[in-house]
Design a protein around this ligand. Sequence first.
Ligand code: GMT
Length: 376
Amino acid sequence: MKIGITCYPTYGGSGVVATELGIALAEKGHEVHFITYQQPFRLPMFLPRVFFHEVDVGRYPLFEYPPYDLALAVRMHEVVINEGLDVLHVHYAIPHATSAWIAKEMLRDQGRDIKVITTLHGTDITIVGQDRSFHAITKFSIERSDQVTAVSSFLKDETVRAFGCTAGRVEVIGNFVDPVLYDRSAHPPMLREQLGHGRKILMHISNFRPVKRVLDVVQIFDRVRKEIPSVLVMVGDGPDRQAAEEEARALGIEHDEIHFLGKIDAVAPILASADLFLLPTDRESFGLSALEALACGVPSLAYDVGGIVEVIKDGVTGALCPVGDIDGMAAAAVAILSDDARWHTMSAAAAADARARFAKDQVVAQYEQLYLQGRG
Ligand code: GMT
């Protein structure tokens, strides 16, 4: 099939999922066309059957806010015609589902139908989509999509609740990992040798937005390090990085105990050195980074809200605590890290469960089924 994919190409979960889905589809023989404003960051320069179509908004003095959604619709319309696409699969509703609907209407006028699939990822439903400025257009665009998927049951329920969509219209297709890449045994323990020095390694990966609660990460670690020789590795960057660094200093955490590595695209080799993953976010629809950690055999800790409870199995592959329960998270971390046998059992269960429920091949096949539905 010929599939158009639109996503946010920069750092972020939905862009990662969309890009890796596109690469996997191309490996299976489909032709994939990314339509967005920048080459997706996880997309290597050239791959067979993968194409990139840049959206150019142009510049005009009148436009204080250049209308990207319209330029995207025009580009979608053009690529569908020029490349003969069968389906447009957009990731993150705003504004991608709206642009796809406009392109679909333009094509309809030319006697051509294009199937539009919208995958909802998180804040397009839980935050931005519910803002007064966007609620009506988000609801409209979801309802006009031919098919809608959500990355967790939590997100599906939230879509039905907040937008009044019929539950049957939203199919849950979770995120996925490549079990070959996210394999602890596939990577030398480089980070452990460089930073571990015999200590346990706790890790956090995110875009350091307020929703990720990176200060909680530092405070949990502060309690753990007092019980167990350990080191915290912080991966990523964003608005709360400075506050996290200041919190570490205020708590007297030594320079050698906490490392801020900044943005790193290839996280599998460093996850393979971690002993515990911390993702204490309070509004996570899925938690892709936790899934990547689990696949690498890293027991993961999170708050028991949102879709992350569908990813981490409490007491089996990690632990879940009430939001803000920093003492509880620290106690759970110490309990896992101080018992080698328990850690090994959890690590093996984490890697096995990630493979059983979220392996790339099975999830990509679910999307392929969706593309084929309704085709003659
Ligand atoms: O960063 C992004 O690309 C989108 C972001 C968001 O804010 O919606 O991430 C969401 O999509 C990811 C991929 O499906 C999920 O793993 C994240 O849990 C989800 N983020 C939130 O719900 C906060």
